[in-house]
Write a protein that binds this ligand. Structure first.
Ligand SMILES: NC(=O)c1ccc[n+]([C@@H]2O[C@H](COP(=O)([O-])OP(=O)(O)OC[C@H]3O[C@@H](n4cnc5c(N)ncnc54)[C@H](OP(=O)(O)O)[C@@H]3O)[C@@H](O)[C@H]2O)c1
Length: 256
């Protein structure tokens, strides 16, 4: 992949799941990578695990929904690295499984704050840094629930992931002539903590897993690395003419 060694990337939610897999690949490719998340212990464990690579790894503790946290993160990136070339806005929460009319308002607000405001908040920090050094590439992590409706009682999550695609497309248009490409990926069901939580919250986890698996024409769920590969492609120069897209990485789920 055409990623420049020594360049700098930020991956939100890089201490677990899909984000951790993206950080793994970036550091192996020689990109200095800053992971951001709330859980410090998981963050420092990831730093230890990926240290000694061609690309260095760093952890910054933050909540992507908090403007004050994000202002600190990006002002530190400016003073410590002086540049930002790649960004992956991946941090998100699933909320709870509940019918729309019974959905708890507090959880609704939190899902929108983390998943939508968090994505905007991070792009607000990333874009000025990229403009300063002449360009960059951003990938926002949406979902198949951002393309289709979700029939597993997570309407606010689905709304938030549709919004991530709207932010991605609008930002791509605003920055198309500034050498900043902005795309989204829309994963199907991927084996991570988020999915395990969804299974655990159902009365019959095995049955739910079987039903969800069947929704993917390839009849399996994916590993985080399969999403990370698509993200690395979109960050790299190999996708130099691609911007404003939302690419499904879903084993055919959204084609049905
Ligand atoms: N797994 C799937 O099946 C699936 C399918 C489609 C799309 N996705 C999307 O893929 C992305 C990654 O999901 P995943 O499955 O890897 O989830 P995960 O294993 O639950 O990881 C979520 C990550 O986001 C971080 N995070 C959550 N809230 C945060 C906040 N307020 N501020 C900063 N960091 C926060 C978490 O770290 P802390 O808890 O330490 O903050 C963690 O690193 C999400 O955008 C998700 O919507 C996942």
């Amino acid at each position: 992949m055409k990623l420049k060694e020594g360049n700098v990337a930020v991956v939100t939610g890089g201490n677990a799941g899909i984000g951790k897999s993206i950080a793994n690949k970036l550091t192996q490719l020689g990109v200095h990578t800053i992971i951001c998340a709330r859980r410090e212990e998981e963050g420092l464990k990831t730093v230890e695990e990926f240290s000694g690579r061609k690309g260095n790894i760093f952890f910054k503790k933050c909540d992507v929904s908090k403007t004050e946290d994000i202002d600190i993160v990006f002002s530190e990136i400016r003073s410590e690295f002086g540049r930002l070339d790649y960004a992956v806005n991946n941090a998100a929460i699933g909320g709870v499984a509940s019918r729309l009319d019974k959905y708890p308002e507090k959880v609704f607000d939190r899902v929108i704050n983390v998943n939508v405001k968090g994505c905007w908040n991070c792009m607000r920090g990333e874009l000025p840094l990229m403009l300063e050094t002449g360009g960059g590439s951003i990938v926002n992590v949406s979902s198949i629930a951002g393309i289709n409706g979700a029939d597993w009682l997570v309407s606010p999550y689905s709304a938030s992931k549709h919004a991530v695609i709207g932010l991605t497309k609008s930002a791509a248009l605003e920055f198309a002539r500034k050498n900043i490409r902005i795309n989204a990926v829309c994963p199907g069901f991927i084996r991570t903590e988020m999915l395990e939580d969804l299974f655990k919250s159902s009365p019959d986890p095995k049955k739910v897993e079987e039903e969800i698996t069947k929704k993917h024409p390839v009849h399996r769920l994916a590993d985080p690395d399969e999403v990370a590969d698509a993200v690395i492609f979109l960050l790299s120069e190999n996708s130099s003419f691609i911007t404003g897209t939302a690419i499904p990485v879903d084993g055919g789920y959204s084609a049905v």
